[in-house]
Design a binder for this molecule. Structure first.
Ligand code: GDP
Length: 304
């Protein structure tokens, strides 16, 4: 919780400070107030569609409950933010899938620099601490540095890393890696992939092939296909999510760099428009800077 609060401080300072400053300006809760609040939400990357929905609901609810004071309204906003977030009513949606006694394959996708390799390193550390056996697969064979970086995480977390020759077919590295994980009875196989945007079509084909390859070995895997997004890219993150979702069947999101200049609102936009749960948040560059997402503390934190 402390990590969470500290890590999210900047994001909350951004979005939250704007909300708080906004409240300070207004004496009464009228039409103008709601219009301005909607603008603020859109500016904070909540997105047009989601902001409009939220404001409509807030207006109705404020009238219904005869809300007049700022504090009451803040409480209502927090409640609505959490509701938007938890709309599916599935409390387990945020939990990472884990099938006991099986080799759980997680596929990580996302553009270069989003934080895939770092997230895999952090997760390897978490799973190792839980006493699990983990295998990492370096399928970003396009960028030489990517393999080295994953190997570095492997060393740090004492986790085996399966690699292939330079410029190898990523799917063949994935084949070797998953096969190895199965032979070793690993609890987790975490697959890193390339994220070059310059050639999107080839990238998407490559990801499809990787998914097929995994399914050939284990039909019910990958049990998680996680899209890693840089939270500070704002609305662009939403566009990326839509792009990747077309090719790979995403099961959830990892939002990284929430310790940075993220405006935070994009979490709501993606959740509302894509119906994808945020499973993890990145709150720094170190191995321990990874947390499960919690909608309530996120929303409440906005007003701290
Ligand atoms: P990839 O290309 O998607 O594998 O991205 P990397 O894992 O290489 O991350 C790109 C950069 O972002 C690296 O310098 C990471 O240290 C940094 N990074 C990743 N996650 C976070 C995070 O949650 N917070 C911060 N501050 N930096 C991060």
């Amino acid at each position: 919780q402390e990590l969470y609060d500290n890590g999210l401080k900047k994001t909350n300072q951004g979005f939250g400070a704007r909300l708080n400053a906004f409240f300070a300006q207004f004496r009464s809760v009228d039409e103008n107030f709601f219009d301005e609040l909607e603008d603020l939400l859109i500016e904070s990357d909540v997105g047009f569609e989601t902001s409009e929905e939220l404001i409509d609901q807030l207006k109705d609810e404020a009238k219904l409950q005869n809300v007049k004071s700022h504090d009451e309204l803040k409480k209502l906003i927090v409640q609505k933010l959490v509701e938007i977030y938890d709309q599916n009513g599935d409390a387990d949606a945020e939990k990472l899938t884990y099938n006991e006694g099986k080799t759980n394959v997680y596929l990580f996708v996302g553009v270069n620099g989003a934080g895939k390799t770092t997230t895999i390193g952090k997760l390897a550390q978490r799973f190792k601490q839980e006493g699990k056996k983990v295998v990492l697969v370096a399928a970003d064979t396009f960028r030489a540095g990517a393999v080295e970086q994953l190997k570095e995480w492997g060393k740090r977390t004492e986790t085996e890393v399966v690699t292939g020759p330079v410029q190898a077919d990523p799917a063949s590295v994935v084949y070797d890696g998953v096969k190895h994980g199965l032979e070793e009875d690993a609890d987790y196989v975490l697959v890193d992939t390339a994220g070059r945007l310059q050639n999107k079509q080839n990238l998407m084909k490559e990801l499809e092939k990787i998914e097929r390859t995994i399914k050939k070995l284990v039909p019910d895997q990958p049990c998680e296909t996680l899209l890693v997004l840089d939270g500070s890219t704002g609305q662009n993150a939403l566009l990326q999510a839509k792009d990747f979702d077309k090719t790979t069947k995403l099961t959830g999101l990892v939002l990284t760099k929430l310790d940075g200049s993220s405006k935070g609102g994009v979490i709501l936009a993606i959740r509302n428009e894509m119906k994808l749960p945020v499973k993890l948040v990145g709150l720094g560059e170190k191995a321990e800077d990874l947390a499960d997402f919690d909608a309530a503390s996120y929303a409440v934190g906005l007003f701290h």
